[in-house]
Design a protein around this ligand. Structure first.
Ligand code: ADP
Ligand code: MG
Length: 724
């Protein structure tokens, strides 16, 4: 019997596992959104008048009066209690990537010991979770730690069930008592508002008369890993850091491309079906699932929705993904790089903007008129990415995502825009002045000759680009798998708002000067391309030539680590962007820098401590044990006059010594605390601590390949990735 019981038992357990069956699946029509208090449930529960008011709020974000809030609260309570709900929770999204919730009972006792239930409009609208422990940067002093949650009626409330009950969940914003945004929802709502205001200006200059409120949309493709819980439970690194800090590569990885889109393992399929049924009950439109590139890696994508709702749903999806995986005997890893040597996980954020009257403004459309609107909005995005590329890099910065960006599996840390051959040619022609006027009749035939023939088939998609046009939307591919989509959406909406404001000013002048709409639009676009066309790149984003060209010839920024990227949030032009659009005040922005920088530092420190702990208390003892076994055998053999080759023992001793020397250096490095600035501390993490962690790992991984398998203390890559 092996001396490592835990590993052997884990393998036995997994081999004997049967898929966890759930009760007979119900048809979609029966479960779809059945736990959501959406407009349909409200229409049933409310008077005509009250429904009209709340519907207007939901669709346009207009303020809700106190009387209607009371009526909605009462209806919401009745609806929820009919589903067995006893508690409600304001849920909100602090500046970490997590979802926070505080639960309160509907119960109120009366003087004769009875219990009644109560839920008023004011309880629905406002909560006070205190929450002095939520990260707030420098905004809230702990002695004034009051934080408020406030109901966001534009994202529907829903019911979450467990075996023993149900809770009404109410999506909320979270702010300080001085009114500053302490969360990820407020900036998202504000960024939509800013984008709408700017887009309205441009569209009315373009002659549109009826313009409905514009909103941004988001469809996020989520990648994740499933590892059997029996293995994960004996890997402290997976449990505490979400990634393996040690592990020699398995002989087989992803080189055969035999996992991507392969047949989904039965246990995983059962997990997916259970998970997706829960999503359907919550009105989350799960649409696509498949195996991903790395072994044990999968993807799920819901159909796109309004950005604010999509962001809430994304958070809920991550929570449910983890809890459902647990039920099925897996651990769901959302970390961006759980395993070295194989692909990590991202979250492609598909984004577009549009409204009910003009449709999707990032869709080229079918008429020359639509084409012009499209070219302006797409041009606005090009300008935005050029001016605020570093910001886009900053909003996806995290210790975990740094492992992925630029590692030839995910887009580089240089932000460029991919348009596709045809659209790129249109813009280059505009830049060169080849497309400057309309044809006869005042209509340009741009649509007919070039855009209408535009390939919608995304076959030629460039997977190496961080920011790609994919037919009717942009896809921001550098976002990390564990991240909230709000940060990226806020950055995209805000840069678009800024560009549209700029365009509106230019267009107004150009229209007066040129008289003709198309000529004016081309003049504005020509200027955009002259100033910002450098950011358009259709080649291989992974190639070293591009990295050199991007920085040296095109003046784009390469920000490889979070320590390089996060300080962008402190730059004056970024402060001005957020201030001028009303999305974040200077104080709010500064607090975001503080929070994200602190999280970066803390997560690297936790990993460093784990590295030291695992190396010292598990890996070194295994190596020593094996050396002792060899020594014992060797001296017994010597008695028999047989000489055992000592080279393996020498290698092991050398690696073990080198590993412990690196552990010593790492222990010293994490003691250092006297930094001149947060930036200096981040740089220390990025360049000193991470380097030493890698040094420890390289010796430990070498030992894994030498030490007897039965002595190795941790489940190996070949086990975690391939035994299902
Ligand atoms: P792929 O893997 O080919 O990129 P998927 O179908 O997996 O595509 O995911 C594409 C995502 O983009 C889906 O969530 C889809 O709903 C979303 N999407 C499609 N059209 C739009 C749009 N106009 N705006 C935002 N998201 C969109
Ligand atoms: Mg995609």
């Amino acid at each position: 019997m092996s001396r490592n019981e835990a590993r052997v038992q884990a393998i036995q357990q997994i081999t004997n596992r049967a898929p966890v069956s759930v009760k007979m699946p119900k048809p979609l029509s029966e479960i779809w959104a059945c736990d959501v208090f959406n407009l349909a449930s409200m229409e049933e529960a409310l008077s005509k008048n009250a429904f009209k008011v709340i519907k207007n709020t939901v669709q346009t974000g207009a303020a809700l009066d106190a009387a209607t809030a009371d009526i909605v609260a009462a209806a919401m309570k009745e609806w929820a209690m009919s589903k067995g709900v006893k508690f409600y929770s304001h849920i909100f999204y602090p500046m970490t990537n997590i979802t926070a919730e505080k639960h309160d009972g509907f119960i109120v006792t009366n003087s004769d010991g009875g219990a009644i239930t109560e839920f008023t409009g004011s309880l629905l609208i406002k909560g006070e979770p205190d929450g002095s422990s939520f990260p707030n940067g420098s905004i809230r002093m702990t002695n004034a730690a009051r934080g408020y949650t406030a109901w966001d009626p534009t994202s529907p409330a829903y019911v979450m069930h467990t075996e023993n009950g149900a809770t009404l969940m109410i999506p909320c914003v979270f702010m300080s008592w001085t009114g500053e945004a302490l969360d990820k929802k407020i900036p998202l709502l504000r960024s939509n508002h800013a984008m709408n205001k700017a887009a309205q200006k441009v569209l009315s200059l373009m002659g549109e008369t009826s313009i409905a409120t514009l909103n941004s949309s988001c469809g996020a493709e989520q990648e994740y890993f499933l590892v059997d819980a029996a293995f994960a439970n004996s890997r402290p690194d997976l449990l505490l850091a979400g990634r393996t800090l040690f592990g020699a590569p398995a002989p087989k990885g992803q080189q055969f491309d035999d996992h991507y889109f392969g047949a989904i393992p039965a246990r995983v399929q059962v997990f997916m079906q259970d998970y997706e049924d829960q999503l359907y009950r919550l009105g989350i439109p799960a649409k696509t699932h498949h195996n991903e590139v790395a072994p044990a890696q999968f993807e799920i994508a819901p159909y796109f929705e309004a950005a604010n709702v999509a962001a809430d749903h994304q958070q809920l999806m991550m929570t449910l993904m983890k809890s459902t995986a647990k039920k099925h005997g897996f651990i769901c890893l959302l970390h961006e790089k759980p395993f070295a040597g194989i692909n990590g996980s991202g979250k492609h954020v598909n984004w577009s903007v549009g409204n009910a009257t003009q449709g999707n403004l990032l869709d080229p459309g079918k008429t020359p008129h639509d084409n012009l609107n499209f070219l302006l909005f797409c041009g606005a995005v090009i300008r935005g990415v050029h001016l605020f590329g570093p910001l886009l890099r900053a909003v996806i910065a995290s210790a975990a995502n740094d492992h992925r960006l630029g590692a030839n599996e995910a887009p580089p840390a240089i932000l460029s825009v991919y348009l596709g051959d045809q659209l790129e040619k249109v813009y280059m022609d505009i830049k060169a002045g080849k497309l400057a006027t309309t044809t006869e009749g005042g209509l340009m035939d741009l649509g007919l000759s070039q855009i209408l023939k535009f390939e919608r088939d995304p076959g030629d998609r460039n997977r190496t680009s961080p920011f790609a046009f994919t037919g009717n939307r942009f896809e921001f591919r550098a976002v990390g798998s564990s991240q909230s989509v709000s940060g990226p959406l806020v950055a995209m909406n805000t840069m678009l708002a800024d560009s549209l404001n700029w365009i509106a000013e230019k267009l107004e002048v150009a229209l007066k000067e040129k008289g003709d709409k198309a000529t004016a639009v081309f003049a504005v676009l020509k200027e955009i391309m002259e100033l910002h066309g450098n950011v358009v790149f259709g080649g291989n984003g992974y190639s070293p030539e591009w990295h050199k060209m991007a920085v040296e010839e095109r003046g784009l920024k390469n920000l490889p680590t979070s320590a390089d990227a996060l300080p962008v949030l402190r730059e004056e032009y970024v402060k001005k962007l957020f201030e001028s659009t009303g999305v974040l005040t200077r104080v709010e922005l500064e607090s975001r820098f503080d929070v994200y920088a602190e999280q970066y530092i803390l997560s690297i420190e936790v990993e460093a401590k784990l590295v030291i702990d695992m190396a010292k208390t598990a890996i070194y003892p295994a190596a020593i044990q094996y050396l002792s076994d060899i020594a014992k055998t060797s001296s017994e053999m010597a008695n028999m006059k047989i000489e055992l080759d000592s080279s393996i023992a020498k290698t092991i001793a050398a690696e073990a010594n080198a590993m412990m020397a690196a552990v010593g250096k790492l222990s010293e490095a994490i003691q250092q605390h006297d930094f001149a600035s947060t930036e200096a501390h981040m740089n220390h993490c990025a360049h000193v601590i991470l380097g030493l962690m890698n040094e420890v790992r390289s010796h430990a991984d070498a030992l894994e390949l030498e030490v007897a398998d039965e002595l190795w203390p941790f489940p190996k890559y070949s086990e975690m990735l391939f035994i299902k």
